[in-house]
Ligand binder design. Structure first.
Ligand SMILES: *[C@@H]1O[C@H](CO)[C@@H](O)[C@H](O)[C@H]1NC(C)=O
Ligand SMILES: *[C@@H]1O[C@H](CO)[C@@H](O)[C@H](O)[C@H]1NC(C)=O
Ligand SMILES: *[C@@H]1O[C@H](CO)[C@@H](O)[C@H](O)[C@H]1NC(C)=O
Ligand SMILES: *[C@@H]1O[C@H](CO)[C@@H](O)[C@H](O)[C@H]1NC(C)=O
Ligand SMILES: *[C@@H]1O[C@H](CO)[C@@H](O)[C@H](O)[C@H]1NC(C)=O
Ligand SMILES: *[C@@H]1O[C@H](CO)[C@@H](O)[C@H](O)[C@H]1NC(C)=O
Ligand SMILES: *[C@@H]1O[C@H](CO)[C@@H](O)[C@H](O)[C@H]1NC(C)=O
Length: 562
């Protein structure tokens, strides 16, 4: 009877364990032991007037079991085991379809001459109830939910909310607000949870926040908090703020020996598609194997490039006065196009993010050639001829490391003009803590998983295939740190990094003509649909220009785009 009951219960209630109910996520291997340095991975960071630490242990307050990502709901947590002298600044929330992996800052006032105000933290004077689950017929766990926004005293700002499962106002002792001088504006980041109007009278949405001002020189500090938008509340005005590193120092950044440890521990592994024909090479290999430098007006006399790129024009802007190209000799050209995995090299850039509380490590990979785009039309694979091809292809992945404890928090996968920021808990790892990335066939976009990503609608689109082929690149084998401005002369930028023109020529061909070549091979009934998809293709697919180098991209000193 009992067995039958549980069988039936399993059948009808589809009892599945949500990832959030699994144990908290930890990296497959422990965080590495770092050699001595200054303020990196010491547990807390002094922002000037306020010392902050990252709390990653939580008490669960309440879960929604529907709405949000995969309709799996979300869970709100309160930070626990806050060290002596530190105060809670807000609660944490994440989707249920991920195992628990997050953090929220706690703060402790410190006296420091770089901060004028006496008290960097203050109790709220009151709370306002932002949202409660009382009136919603919502599948939930842990009673009803109440989200309270602290009312800060004059001159202070709220960093986060208090979440309770009791209708009474929380005590003002519960949380602290931060002096306005130490705060900065946030914007909405990735969506955490929401209910749409069908279930609810008004829709509620919970988002991660991120500082509005981001980049190597920005002083705004991420807090790990979230923002609630309810009913008519505007996306532009946030009631919560992030912090600011008023000291504006980079004391918490890793020094060079610590950077080496980071690379050793976290350098990603790239897998290529089994059908890949165009592999990476080192930049030096590309130069030594016949790449040519062209100058406008002197097209007939290209020059060879010194292995270190020291005869490439330096600085300036992408003005088409120079460009690179493959060797002119046909057999050399075909050979260079294929790259040379054995002679490939990953180029690491080390940059401060979020006011020096995180280290972003973009890992750049160079390919001499980007192969043609491929389309999928029903069951047919069509190669798009020359379309999508270009000489020189720069791709990157970014490791985002916490400077509080040296943990890899997320990995950014760049995919053409955008990308995905994936939390470590959803990243595939091998050989300890090395993130796995899949390079798409010909286009070399990085994906966190294998499979087909189709650009287009229905059964027709541009293929981005990834698969675990036998060929892989361990970016930690020949790592080269090419830029880390904050380390001063310890890191010397190679001359090719300062080359700001295109790494491949502008090719002109008749797109209509190219399109026709494979349109002809399609069954007639599919041609109309195919024409539609071609019309919607982004310019960059039709783009036949070589790209500029890593330093010319806005993401060089800014945040990643996702
Ligand atoms: C890193 O910092 C430590 C402590 O200040 C120092 O002993 C070490 O030489 C530094 N390493 C490098 C490469 O700067
Ligand atoms: C969670 O749900 C979102 C939205 O449906 C989906 O994109 C994401 O892949 C899911 N994450 C996991 C780990 O399943
Ligand atoms: C304030 O910060 C500076 C820079 O880190 C530090 O040298 C100084 O000791 C601090 N002062 C106090 C009183 O903590
Ligand atoms: C890059 O080139 C410009 C122009 O020649 C020069 O001013 C700058 O110092 C160079 N930067 C590096 C890092 O070599
Ligand atoms: C289309 O290409 C993909 C990826 O290379 C391959 O797996 C698939 O078998 C091909 N389909 C056909 C019908 O050739
Ligand atoms: C990086 O920034 C450049 C613009 O400077 C943009 O063209 C490129 O698509 C961006 N790459 C990613 C992956 O965000
Ligand atoms: C697929 O590849 C094309 C061309 O290589 C690119 O423009 C497009 O953005 C890619 N789509 C996705 C979803 O990554």
């Amino acid at each position: 009877m009992g067995l039958l009951f549980s069988l039936l219960a399993n059948l009808f209630m589809k009892k599945t364990t949500l990832p959030i109910h699994q144990p908290m996520f930890n990296l497959p291997s422990p965080i590495p032991k770092f050699p001595p340095g200054d303020g990196f991975a010491t547990g807390s960071i002094d922002l000037g007037g306020l010392q902050v630490c990252q709390i990653a242990s939580f008490n669960k307050i309440w879960s929604a079991l529907e709405g949000g990502q995969d309709n799996n709901g979300a869970t709100f947590f309160e930070p626990s085991s806050i060290p002596d002298g530190f105060f809670m600044l807000g609660c944490y929330c994440q989707p249920n379809n991920r195992s628990l992996f997050g953090w929220i800052l706690a703060g402790k006032p410190v006296t420091n001459e770089s901060f004028s105000s006496q008290s960097s933290l203050a109790k709220p004077i009151d709370y306002s109830l932002v949202w409660s689950s009382e009136s919603d017929k919502l599948k939930q766990e842990g009673g009803n939910c109440y989200i309270w926004l602290p009312t800060p005293p004059d001159g202070y700002k709220a960093i986060g909310y208090v979440v309770t499962n009791l209708p009474g106002k929380p005590s003002v002792e519960k949380i602290r607000c931060v002096h306005a001088e130490l705060s900065d504006e946030v914007e909405v980041d990735r969506w955490i949870w929401g209910l749409d109007k069908k279930i609810n009278v008004d829709n509620v949405n919970v988002y991660e926040t991120r500082p509005k001002d981001r980049g190597v020189n920005a002083v705004s500090v991420s807090t790990g908090s979230f923002v609630v938008q309810y009913g008519g509340s505007s996306a532009d005005v946030s009631p919560v703020y992030c912090l600011k590193n008023v000291k504006n120092n980079l004391k918490a950044m890793p020094n060079l020996s610590q950077v080496e440890t980071l690379i050793e521990a976290y350098s990603p592994v790239v897998y290529f598609h089994p059908d890949e024909e165009y592999f990476p090479s080192s930049v030096n290999w590309f130069f030594e194997n016949g790449a040519l430098l062209y100058e406008k007006g002197k097209e007939s006399e290209p020059s060879t490039i010194r292995p270190d790129g020291s005869n490439l024009p330096q600085g300036g802007c992408n003005d088409d006065s120079y460009w690179l190209d493959l060797p002119t000799d046909d057999s050399a050209k075909e050979r260079v196009k294929k790259g040379d995995l054995a002679n490939s090299c990953a180029y690491f850039r080390i940059k401060p993010m979020f006011g020096g509380t995180f280290t972003d490590i973009p890992v750049w990979v160079f390919y001499p050639f980007n192969g043609p785009a491929r389309a999928k039309v029903e069951i047919f694979n069509v190669s798009l001829g020359k379309i999508g091809e270009h000489v020189g292809d720069w791709e990157h992945l970014t490791l985002r490391v916490s400077n509080y404890n040296g943990e890899l928090k997320s990995v950014y996968f760049s995919e053409h003009s955008g990308g995905q920021l994936i939390d470590s808990s959803d990243v595939e790892f091998e050989n300890g803590n090395k993130a796995v990335a899949y390079a798409s066939l010909h286009g070399h976009a990085f994906y966190p998983k294998t499979g087909l990503v189709l650009q287009g609608r229905g059964r027709i689109g541009i293929r981005n295939d990834t698969s675990k082929g036998g060929m892989r690149m361990d970016t930690g084998v020949a790592p080269m740190v090419v830029a880390a401005e904050y380390l001063g002369p310890a890191v010397v930028e190679p001359p090719w990094l300062n080359y700001s023109r295109k790494w491949g020529p502008k090719i002109s061909y008749d797109i209509a003509n190219e399109m026709n070549k494979f349109r002809k091979v399609l069954p007639r009934v599919l041609r109309g649909a195919f024409d539609k998809i071609v019309k919607r293709l982004p310019n960059e697919v039709l783009g036949e220009e070589g790209p500029t180098g890593p330093k010319s991209k806005s993401n060089w000193s800014g945040d990643e785009i996702y």
